[in-house]
Design a protein around this ligand. Structure first.
Ligand code: FES
Ligand code: FE2
Length: 420
């Protein structure tokens, strides 16, 4: 059994051993020491996607979730402001609210009934004496940002200030969809049997799409995520060139409509890792559904026009597809070295009625199936990392550039002193 200090030096040695252009040394995916270091340094110091503003629609709505060892609660206070706190009572540390959503007037600790206002102030502490200074026992706040309706939290007391870059890029891109006033039509939790970094690597390439995602591939152009130009059949070459032409045409239309579409990459060298681009939806071009048509007849926000595509956004622990009829918001949270929670939320216009304006099975079919397929692939990769036969393997410079950058970013951030 390693002691704490040798665990730290082992992780440091493994990070230093990572070979550019290659997957990570196996113990960075599989060991308890690396898992704990990831929770402390990545999930403890960076802006982590935690949900959506419409998770807590009204005053008194609360949502609790775990980020590594931490539990946080996100709520909407009496003034409709979003706030986040550690889900830890200031008395003897009990969890205040259970995981998931609840509705409260005040936050009442189940242990000895210390009672907090929704701004975190301690309102009541029975049997603590008339001279007890309640104002010294406020709930500990957690930094929270709402970026176009997607919520990011940072557990650090000194959160990276480049969240401002994410907001500056994404607010105008997300504004037409009005996600802050959308509604969650469906939510799904999948526990993947793999390390969170394998979940994120899997998500950052479409090298595996053609052979593993027959349904997603109907609405998704795998070529958007890179290809080897010297390794295409004539048909694939024609498709790739056709896609370039389509981007030229759509780009001109999007420009005329004031819709930002160019790729923005904010990865190596930045604490707050993200990439965004407006993608063309394949097939009939409307939505990521089995028939590539819109699943919801009431569009999101102000998007009642054809051809807006898919605002694609990757983050440290998230990936998102925002389309005219619905948005799919994914967040991933490490549970153990070999367990990752993938939480998926399908958002629709809050006025859209299930059974009238959309069919829930049709809305969720593509990503439910794709999530199951991806969970299988992540488990396969994790099993390989556990094997003595594993060696860090080479990424394709055409189709897996984003993974190489993610691994480089990860090593940089793990070796940086702070998240600031
Ligand atoms: S631990 Fe919360 S009131 Fe005692
Ligand atoms: Fe996939």
């Amino acid at each position: 059994m390693l002691d704490d200090r040798s665990d730290v030096s082992t992780v440091t040695t493994l990070l230093a051993a990572r070979k550019s252009g290659h997957t990570l040394p196996a113990p960075l995916y599989t060991s308890q020491a690396a898992f704990e270091a990831d929770c402390a340094k990545i999930f403890g110091r960076h802006w982590i996607a935690v949900g959506v503003a419409c998770d807590v629609e009204e005053a008194g709505d609360v949502m609790a979730l775990d980020i590594g060892a931490a539990s946080i609660l996100i709520l909407r206070d009496d003034d409709n402001q979003l706030r986040a706190f550690h889900n830890v009572c200031s008395h003897r540390g009990a969890r205040l609210v259970p995981p998931g959503r609840s509705v409260v007037g005040k936050l009442v600790c189940p242990y000895h009934q210390w009672t907090y206002d929704l701004d975190g102030a301690l309102a009541l502490a029975p049997h603590m004496g008339v001279d007890f200074a309640r104002d010294l026992h406020h709930l500990k706040p957690v930094a929270l940002r709402d970026v176009g309706g997607i919520l990011y939290a940072c557990l650090s007391d000194t959160p990276p200030d480049d969240i401002a870059e994410l907001a500056a890029v994404m607010e105008p891109r997300l504004a037409p969809y009005d996600l802050r006033n959308a509604r969650i039509a469906f939510e799904q939790d999948v526990i993947e049997d793999g390390n969170w970094k394998l979940t994120m690597e899997n998500n950052r390439e479409c090298y595996h799409c053609a052979s593993n995602h027959p349904q997603l591939s109907l609405s998704f152009h795998a070529a958007d995520f890179g290809y080897d130009p010297d390794n295409l059949t004539d048909t694939e070459k024609a498709e790739a060139n056709g896609l370039l032409d389509a981007y030229a045409r759509h780009g001109a239309i999007w420009d005329a409509q004031g819709l930002p579409h160019a790729a923005v990459e904010h990865t190596v060298g930045w604490p707050t890792n993200f990439r965004t681009q407006r993608l063309i939806i394949a097939g009939l071009g409307e939505s990521q559904t089995p028939d590539t048509r819109a699943a919801v007849s009431v569009p999101l926000g102000d998007t009642d026009r054809p051809g807006m595509g898919d605002v694609h956004l990757w983050g440290i622990n998230s990936w998102n597809h925002v389309m005219s009829d619905h948005a799919v918001i994914f967040t991933a949270f490490p549970i153990a070295p070999n367990k990752t929670l993938v939480r998926t939320k399908w958002l629709v216009n809050r006025d859209a009625v299930e059974g009238e304006d959309y069919d829930l099975d049709n809305l969720t079919a593509v990503w439910k199936q794709t999530n199951a397929e991806d969970a299988h692939l992540v488990a396969l990769a994790h099993q390989g990392a556990l094997s003595p036969g594993y060696r860090p393997g080479p990424y394709s410079r055409f189709t897996e550039r984003a993974l190489d950058e993610f691994a480089t970013w990860y090593v940089d951030r793990m070796t940086a002193g702070t998240g600031a």
